[in-house]
Design a protein around this ligand. Structure first.
Ligand code: SF4
Length: 303
């Protein structure tokens, strides 16, 4: 299996794309891809991507971000392990390249270009906030016949990224008082992402409605003094299990909740005050490598 590195370079809202129209017997002929190529002997992915980008475009990358590994399996071409990088800092301006035509393409137009089907999947993943990923793409000829994200099959025809979302944000009446925190901006993300609703407090076995709870001295206590830390942790563990079943690598969570808060939670004194801290579920997800963000910051990351 050959090893390659590939980099997508962003500048001023555009991506530097190469239209592959110059090389003989090019398996990418007629397609637009990023810049990169095969490893030389003893090269690391990072060394390879920096060298290839310089050779192809005379750009010196500054701290390209290693975003994931893509394994290509094909009945027509040698299998390939491709190391995917993203960069938005570099020295120089693109030169002529003898492998294809280099051009800056508006970020929102790259998916309209002739791309390999599988490239659309890893580009979506690269542009999303999910952490380092492993993607496997299976081709028969030019047709994508299988796609697996972190070992789990994904729908290659509508490759939406799965994201866990606090159910109350999607309109589920699962709050302690039997109401929801319905948020139209978060609901609108369903056009682009697979939103997976969950409520860790219900998953932990608590009823709805229920007395409000707050965190004090690392324990979750209901307003009547009952220690419900175990229920909260159980719900957090169940949420982590759901994330793993669906392959979700990111979560949008309701701020200020003792379960879902990502930056702030209530003080623990039931006085209406907030303090810096994370809810039990948000912390459990984060500690297990899931990117967590509140509904207030979601638009910065999910577009
Ligand atoms: S636990 Fe999370 S999902 Fe459930 S009601 Fe509270 S904030 Fe919403």
């Amino acid at each position: 299996m050959k090893n390659t590195s590939l980099c997508y370079i962003e500048h001023d809202g555009k991506f530097l794309m190469m239209y592959r129209n110059k090389k003989e017997n090019d398996e990418n002929e007629g397609k637009y891809i990023g810049l990169g190529g095969k490893f030389l002997e003893n090269e690391s992915p990072y060394e390879c991507v920096c060298r290839e980008v310089y050779e192809e475009a005379e750009l010196k990358l500054i701290n390209p971000v290693y975003r994931g590994v893509v394994t290509f399996v094909s009945d027509s071409w040698e299998s390939q392990q491709m190391h995917l990088f993203y960069a938005d800092r570099f020295f120089g301006s693109p030169c002529e390249c003898d492998e294809g035509e280099l051009m800056w393409v508006d970020k929102d137009k790259i998916f309209d270009l002739p791309l390999w089907e599988g490239d659309k999947i890893f580009l979506e993943l690269m542009l999303s906030p999910i952490p380092f990923f492993s993607l496997k793409l299976e081709y028969k000829g030019d047709e994508l016949v299988g796609a697996f994200l972190d070992g789990k099959p994904i729908d290659k025809t509508t490759p939406k990224t799965p994201i866990l979302v606090s159910a109350c944000l999607l309109g589920v009446c699962c709050r302690y008082d039997g109401k929801s925190n319905e948020n139209e901006r978060i609901k609108a993300l369903r056009d682009k992402y697979d939103l997976i609703p969950f409520c860790p407090e219900q998953l932990g076995g608590l009823t709805t409605p229920r007395l409000p709870s707050e965190i004090l001295n690392e324990k979750v206590v209901m307003k009547d003094g009952r220690d419900v830390t175990g229920e909260y942790q159980k719900g957090a563990n169940e949420a982590l299990g759901i994330a793993r079943i669906f392959g979700a690598r990111a979560a949008i969570l309701k701020e200020n909740s003792p379960s879902c808060g990502t930056r702030q939670i209530h003080s623990g004194k039931f006085d209406g005050e907030l303090t810096d801290g994370m809810g039990i579920c948000a912390k459990t997800l984060k500690d297990n490598g899931i990117f967590v963000v509140s509904e207030n910051e979601a638009e910065l990351y999910f577009k």
